[in-house]
Design a protein around this ligand. Structure first.
Ligand code: ADP
Ligand code: MG
Length: 265
């Protein structure tokens, strides 16, 4: 479903601020895989996600989605293939538009706009059904502006908007990190439910090791722009956060993992 081949990305090349964000990254993702990604701050996780979504272009190498070379396609040209939820609850939705207007826009993502973003009764019924599965009572608030929703509700809505068109790839970039633990758990549960329901090929960045071990069926660790661990499901199931730290040390030849932001539980 996704093939990243020899991708490199350097920011501010040739200046004092030069930063190698990705070093020769190779990744093959099979249809239906649910990958969790961990790595310290600045490891290149978001850069990798941006390469896949088209927000950034690799310096070299290629990216294929579902057999199609998208390396040089702009973000809007591949939007129909990708669903995305960001860390910031404000980022995924338009606050001054109503819930139903936001959903209508999401429904039109990647399509020609000739049909417009209108909301008719048929769509409205469809939206109500979709919103019910969020268990937030949003199905009764179609005409509420999204700006009035809580962070958790906005993330739930973002998740629905990113997935109900059944994208080829779902990208989740620390999408629970800005929420309190209870709401974060709600979004985690919802994520698992939706991914399972549509059998979505998913890449989820998290800074929570427990989450990375408990969710999905493959785990990647990025460090200094490279994938240093790629752990299959069977192995992942037997691991605890301490085992992950040990695996990091082994991969890095004794270097120990130090990152305040990294959560063990
Ligand atoms: N637009 C940019 N311009 C310059 N440097 C950037 C830019 N985006 C990311 N970087 C740098 O690239 C590295 C990887 O960043 P990022 O992918 O955001 O890391 P992560 O998501 O793993 O925390 C960091 O050192 C970051 O400072
Ligand atoms: Mg990031």
């Amino acid at each position: 479903m996704l093939k990243i081949t020899n991708v490199n990305k350097v920011f501010n090349a040739g200046t004092v601020n030069e930063k190698i964000a990705l070093r020769n990254v190779n990744l093959h993702v099979k249809k239906g895989e649910f990958i969790t990604v961990i790595g310290s701050n600045g490891a290149g996780k978001s850069t990798m996600m941006n390469m896949i979504s088209g927000g950034l272009t690799p310096d070299n190498g290629s990216i294929q989605i579902d057999g199609k070379d998208v390396t040089r396609l702009a973000e809007h040209q591949r939007a129909g293939l990708i669903g995305r939820v960001f860390q910031d609850p404000m980022a995924g939705t338009a606050p001054n538009m109503t819930i139903e207007e936001n959903l209508a826009i999401a429904l039109g993502r990647g399509k020609r706009r000739t049909l417009g973003f209108g909301v008719n009764n048929q769509k409205r019924e469809q939206f109500r059904e979709q919103l019910k599965q969020l268990d937030q009572g949003l199905e009764n608030r179609l005409k509420t502006k999204v700006g009035f929703l809580s962070g958790g509700q906005r993330q739930a809505l973002s998740l629905l908007m990113a997935t109900f068109t059944e994208p080829k790839i779902l990208l989740l970039d620390e999408h629970t990190a800005a929420l309190d633990p209870k709401r974060a758990q709600l979004i985690v549960d919802l994520t698992e439910k939706i991914v399972e329901r549509y059998k979505l090929t998913t890449i989820m960045v998290t800074h929570n090791m427990e989450q990375a071990l408990n969710m999905g069926n493959r785990l990647l660790m990025l460090h200094d722009g490279g994938i240093i661990l790629d752990i299959p499901d069977e192995k992942k199931r037997t691991m605890k956060p301490q085992d992950l730290l040990r695996a990091f040390e082994t991969a890095r030849g004794g270097e120990s993992f130090s990152e305040d932001r990294f959560l063990l539980t």
